[in-house]
Design a protein around this ligand. Sequence first.
Ligand code: UDX
Length: 475
Amino acid sequence: MARVLNAAPGPESESPMSYDTIEQTATDTSSAAPAELPRLTVLGTGYLGATHAICMAVLGYDVLGVDTDRSKIEALASGRVPFFEPGLPEMLAKALDSGRLRFTTDLAEAGEHGDVHFICVGTPQRADSAGADLRFVEGVTRDLAPYLRRRCLVVGKSTVPVGTAARLTQILQDNAPAGTDVELAWNPEFLREGFAVEDTLRPDRLVFGTESAWATAQLEAAFAPLLEAGVPVVHADLPTAELVKVAANSFLATKISYINAMAEVCEATGADVQMLATALSFDSRIGGRFLKPGLGFGGGCLPKDIRAFIHRAEELGVGKSVAFLRQVDAINRRRRERTVDLIREEAGGSLEGVRVCCLGAAFKPNSDDIRDAPALDVARMLKQEGAIVSVYDPEAMDNARRAYPELTYADSAMEAARDARVVALLTEWEQFRAIDPATLADVVAQPHVVDGRHALDAAAWRGAGWSYRALGRTA
Ligand code: UDX
């Protein structure tokens, strides 16, 4: 049975300890932290790895960040975070100043440095199936192994299909000079983009999947400041630890698609999904988080994780158990098509030659990530139907331009809206919520707005003369 340490308040209650306090406890030499902290390596310096490496160094660990991409390593070593994440550049400066954070492309150096090695490389969707592409996870494990000459712990953090840890253990022990002295553990990561620092320094929980008391002790030493701060820890076996992440993401995706399915029912009945969601949210068994209707989920995790989970469950002969996730995915995809329908309706039935302003490109606000971004998918479909699409996003413009060079980009929301016949709000950035509808009405050709994220005040926009539409609400 899983052991739970530090069982703490529920996820919606406020934890009493701020992460400033956690930092202070960790770097205070008089604290109860183990006399000798393990030296850490972090393999893969993308979103997850860079955040983990930086935060662990700030917490007092001696950290070596490793990546095959020299440009990423050079950027980080010179103090530049190569993606948009609020708060992370300041933390990187702090970590580099402490002298406890270095970066390299050299796995031999990593093998020499690390007592605990965290694997943080990506597991994207495979090109030829819905399964997870394990090339990077297996590759880094195989490449690191020959440099593991002493007792150490390798810890998987990447999101993987259940059963991967067993394979990686075999790869490590077959190829490492230290043989079975190299152990593997699983410690899934739940950080959200936009809240990466907070989620790393003050996670809701830690999951330690281990196969020996020694591995557990290493993980406890590697997270000592968080344990001291009272973060709950669930001790589990390897397959359970691997499953937790996909189970959590599947649950979140299901919750979003559930309310979006209700939006479809609302449209057929004249009901209002936003009122419905508000009424449901007061039931503490349901709760309001991840119950926000709209254009649905995107990003580098939720969509590919549920598909990889379906794929893996089918391989294991339990496909029926997660067959509902196909519906979750289908409902989510339909949101994008339905948003295009509303825009077309507002344009008078055809999008041919119609100027449409798309506010937002990132898959969610406070991020420059456009992976599987619903906003850009909608922009692409509009363009395919002949619309003249002008896109603006506060942070994701460079990424969007690279991925969708066929779209037109504007330098501001106002410029994107100039002469538009329909304005579509597709990512709910605060600056879009704050737009004054009367001011915007002056620059558009026609005051028609489709609020893909239920982010605008419908009454205020209608009051300023706009035709306001949103998924799951009456026209
Ligand atoms: C997610 C998980 O939340 C995180 O725990 C995991 O580690 C990685 O995957 P992230 O991809 O950063 O994190 O995004 P998240 O905040 O979960 O949002 C995912 C998508 O769902 C976004 O496109 C967002 O717009 C959408 N969403 C979220 C909704 O449509 N409605 C909601 O109520 C909540």
